[in-house]
Design a protein around this ligand. Structure first.
Ligand code: GLN
Length: 549
């Protein structure tokens, strides 16, 4: 039987519940326990797949093709495990299940209510992964903040589980904020007292209080928090602001969060927490030997969370190459054929990001052209790869108006076309080509060198694809398809063998990069950027260097 840990949040949002949950999970995993994390989100959308990245940040796709919350990305990156649809549940999904059951007549004349029907469905899903015998501990992060109307059924479900399970099988961690008032030069515990009080009024009594704070908590404050929140003093954990999220597991280790949890859950058999690989990564990340500049071209650049997994993949790949990767987001709408040289002159590599729709694509195409012509390392992901195909079609092959039917549905020369199976689909949610598909790599290509194998599996989220009617003319003129789906022939990877590093993929490698397993495409892209930077520095003049390639 698995044991359950719930992580709730108080006082304000954005305290980093996902990172605290993932850090605790990492420590427990390092001690030899089998741990997974799931997230319950209180919004009514069935999943975040239909939300604008400005609303919700990146949509993270799992192996089984679920469109999920970006916190699942943190769980996978920290734990080096796969999550699935079962790890992310929303209020929309809960209600959909209950309403479908009502239509089937499953409730037999009863009035269907939040309690017990909605809370029963929440509890069923909270326990689902725990019944598989795959895990010793299930950590459940509850989205939202205590006191939100939408969160109430989840809090009630936790209350019921607390009542149903033996004391040693369930634990609640409450993450809260201890604000520092500059004028008074004091840390304030009152908001935390109130949020714990609110939780208690709903029948849930936290066992551990994790305090986000900008200033160290002294013993007196810890005592005060312990007393008013009804926990032992060692269960008041200080979570100071960290320079990087990857330091948090170590900070939590110092605070003995894992030991307190193990004690309460009465788990007596566990190993030592060493975090050896983690510390090695962190050392390389904190003490880089050089710095490189990467331009990230996208249209949601104002919001860092929109490209979360890409940014984290750069962190992993940077550490592996012992360089600091300085990523500069560039809005694709501000790039033109005229200013592109000036805007991109100081970069060592260019990543053109995934995306949807027409806005900003001309800038992306100009940027690809610049990288292709100057030898600047180029990496295109999903829409980024499609832009590289369009650019090559227009500027090298001279295919007039080469385009994607996503942007121009009547395009005569649709080098990027909607996939056949997508054409009859009208519903928007969860209907793209999603999740893991195999790809066979051609021997002797850059992709082959990077992956070191000929069969890979990567995750997808798209509706459009390379139009194979054009493949021959592309390959005869220097852009090759180095990876394809073995069943459908869908082009998964394109590259330019004549270029130092020019690669585009239809899938999303960023979704599979973890601290312990940085993604090879990112690792090699950063390596190419590092070489580019070294050559350029030795020549001292970036423009001269560009012209020489
Ligand atoms: N909009 C493109 C498609 O659907 C690319 C999607 C993406 O970048 N994730 O094919």
């Amino acid at each position: 039987m698995a044991k359950y840990i719930f992580v709730t949040g108080g006082v304000t949002s954005s305290l980093g519940k996902g990172i605290i949950a993932a850090s605790l999970a990492k420590l427990l995993q390092d001690r030899g326990l089998r741990v997974t994390i799931q997230k319950f989100d209180p919004y009514i959308n069935i999943d975040p797949g239909t939300m604008n990245p400005y609303e919700h940040g990146e949509c993270y796709v799992t192996e089984d093709g679920a469109e999920t919350d970006l916190d699942l990305g943190h769980y996978e990156r920290f734990l080096n495990i796969y999550t699935s649809q079962a790890n992310n549940v929303t209020t929309g999904r809960i209600y959909q299940t209950v309403i479908n059951r009502e239509r089937e007549g499953a409730y037999l004349g009863k009035t269907v209510q939040v309690i017990p029907h909605i809370t029963d469905e929440i509890k069923r899903r909270m326990r689902l992964l725990g019944q598989s015998d795959e895990f010793d501990i299930i950590i459940t992060e509850l989205g939202g903040t205590v006191g939100d109307i939408e969160s109430l059924p989840y809090i009630e479900a936790v209350r019921q589980m607390q009542w149903e399970l033996p004391d040693e099988d369930l634990l609640v961690v409450h993450l809260t904020l201890i604000p520092y008032l500059k004028a008074a030069k004091e840390l304030k515990t009152k908001p935390t007292q109130h949020s714990v009080k609110m939780l208690s009024e709903n029948g849930v009594f936290p066992d551990v209080i994790v305090c986000r704070t900008e200033q160290p908590l002294n013993n007196e404050l810890k005592q005060k928090i312990a007393l008013f929140c009804n926990v032992k003093q060692d269960a008041v954990i200080e979570a100071p602001d960290a320079n990087t999220i990857y330091e948090v597991p170590l900070l939590m280790m110092n605070e003995k969060l894992d030991l307190i949890v193990l004690k309460k859950l009465n788990i007596t058999e566990f190993g030592e927490a060493k975090l050896t690989k983690w510390k090695e990564f962190l050392d390389k990340f904190k003490y880089p030997k050089a710095k490189i500049n990467i331009g990230l071209i996208g249209k949601y650049v104002e919001l860092q969370d929109a490209y979360k997994s890409i940014l984290e993949s750069f962190v992993h790949a940077g550490a592996m190459n012992e360089v600091k990767v300085q990523v500069t987001p560039i809005h694709s709408e501000y790039i033109t054929a005229e200013n592109v040289g000036e805007k991109l002159a100081h970069f060592d590599g260019l990543l053109v990001a995934p995306g949807f729709g027409h806005r900003g694509i001309d800038g992306k195409i100009s940027a690809v052209k610049y990288a292709r012509e100057t030898g600047l390392p180029f990496f295109g992901i999903c829409l980024g790869m499609q832009m590289a195909v369009i650019e090559f079609g227009r500027n090298v092959l001279g295919i007039e108006n080469a385009h994607s039917t996503e942007m121009d549905p009547t395009a005569k020369n649709a080098v990027i076309n909607m996939m056949e199976e997508q054409k009859a689909i009208t519903l928007k949610g969860g209907t793209m080509r999603l999740g893991a598909y195999p790809c066979v790599i051609k021997e002797g290509t850059l992709a082959h060198k990077i992956y070191g194998t000929t069969v890979i599996s990567e995750r997808h989220r798209h509706r459009y694809e390379f139009n194979n009617e054009f493949l021959d003319v592309y390959e005869q003129n220097g852009m090759i398809a180095s990876g394809k789906n073995p069943q459908t022939d869908l082009v998964e990877i394109i590259e330019l063998p004549q270029h130092p590093f020019f690669i585009g993929c239809q899938y999303h490698p960023e979704l599979k990069s973890t601290v312990e397993n940085p993604h090879p495409l990112f690792v090699h892209f950063i390596k190419a950027a590092k070489n580019f930077n070294e050559n350029r520095t030795s020549l001292k003049n970036p423009l001269l260097q560009s012209e020489m390639i």
